[in-house]
Design a protein around this ligand. Structure first.
Ligand code: GLY
Length: 358
């Protein structure tokens, strides 16, 4: 991997061959009083040994562990971590290194941003989703019940260190889940990246590293223009209005298997693209292409009318809503978006029909 670096006052992003040297430089400049590494039960076993051996200058860091999985992205987990930090003597000059996927980076960022009114933290994303999305842009937080990311803050980490080598530790479905966000970057950014990202093959290491970096650049450019999500950053929620509602519904419905975030967003993107074609003239041949490409990677999920009714009820909690209206990011074509807060329920039902019958 060549040297890929985005320098920023906060939140510089490194994806280089010698990440360890860059992390050491950040630590030498910061001089933290103590170092804590947050892992989950998976990254503790599969990623921490690699991280510690590559960064062997770290002097006996404290290890924090949470249960793996979205079901643990809750305030209770944060309370346990705040207690742990406090009991193990963390002070305002302590540093938290978040080593994990999106749940770890979201929770770790939130815990650090609030502990003693804020300690420094860095992200070392170990899942594809965290590399291309969760670790970039400073969104940190937890779910409220099954409602996604309702509590949180926007605070950039001090730095992000991306090593695609961690992808070797992931099961296939986790890679596919992260790939959904890369497909999203294609849809919201350009025909060129949409075409390029279709060549994603995690077995090709160099090409994968380049695509991860392309996605990071797309996301970072949007975040820099609109860090607090007043306008353009909303486009990063393409497919997320219905996708988050579907994810929450599946988390809540005991008879249904949970969906990974990217699996739910993949469905949400097909639905949003159908709605775009109905309301915004998104070309119908492109709608078929988008549906075909997404369904090549993500198995279809069945929804009954009752499921869809419950999913629609969850839309009121979407964070893009305002003045009592549910707002969608739609596309007029690939790379060109438009916000709509007046999507009729009949069109959403039609979108689910389209998804079912495609
Ligand atoms: N994941 C969407 C954003 O960071 O804005």
């Amino acid at each position: 991997m060549t040297n890929k670096i985005i320098h920023k006052e906060r939140g510089s992003i490194y994806a280089t061959n010698n990440l360890s040297a860059y992390l050491k430089k950040v630590l030498d400049d910061l001089k933290p009083s103590s170092i804590f590494i947050l892992t989950d039960t998976n990254t503790l076993a599969f990623c921490l040994p690699k991280f510690l051996s590559e960064n062997d200058y770290l002097d006996q860091p404290e290890i924090l562990v949470i249960e793996a999985g979205e079901a643990h992205k809750h305030i209770d987990t944060c309370v346990a971590l705040w207690d742990d930090l406090s009991n193990r003597g963390a002070d305002r000059k302590s540093l938290l290194i978040n080593l994990g996927g999106g749940v770890v980076t979201d929770i770790g960022g939130f815990v650090a941003a609030t502990f003693k009114r804020g300690i420094e933290f860095v992200h070392v994303p170990t899942s594809l989703l965290a590399m291309v999305d969760a670790s970039v842009g400073g969104k940190n937080g937890v779910d409220l019940g099954v409602l996604k990311n309702q509590i949180g803050v926007i605070r950039e980490p001090l730095a992000v260190f991306i090593d695609p080598g961690y992808l070797n530790t992931l099961p296939k479905e986790q890679i596919t889940s992260g790939y959904a966000e890369m497909l999203k970057h294609g849809l919201i950014h350009s025909e060129e990246y949409w075409t390029k990202v279709q060549g994603f093959n995690p077995n090709q290491r160099e090409e994968t590293a380049q695509l991860i970096w392309d996605s990071v650049l797309i996301k970072n450019t949007i975040v820099l223009k609109d860090p607090l999500e007043k306008n353009e950053r909303k486009t990063l929620n393409y497919g997320h209005t219905l996708g988050h509602a579907i994810e929450s519904y599946c988390l809540d419905a005991s008879e249904r298997p949970d969906l990974l975030h990217g699996e739910a967003i993949a469905i949400g993107m097909i639905l949003a693209t159908f709605i775009s074609s109905e309301l915004e003239g998104f070309p119908s041949e492109k709608l078929s292409e988008v549906s075909r490409i997404i369904l090549k990677h993500f198995p279809k999920t069945a929804f009954t009318k009752k499921d869809i009714e419950s999913i629609l009820e969850l839309l009121v909690y979407d964070k893009k809503n305002s003045h009592g209206k549910v707002c969608f990011v739609l596309l007029t074509s690939i790379g060109k978006h438009k916000m709509r807060c007046d999507v009729p329920n009949e069109v959403i039902y039609k979108a689910f029909d389209y998804y079912k019958n495609f």
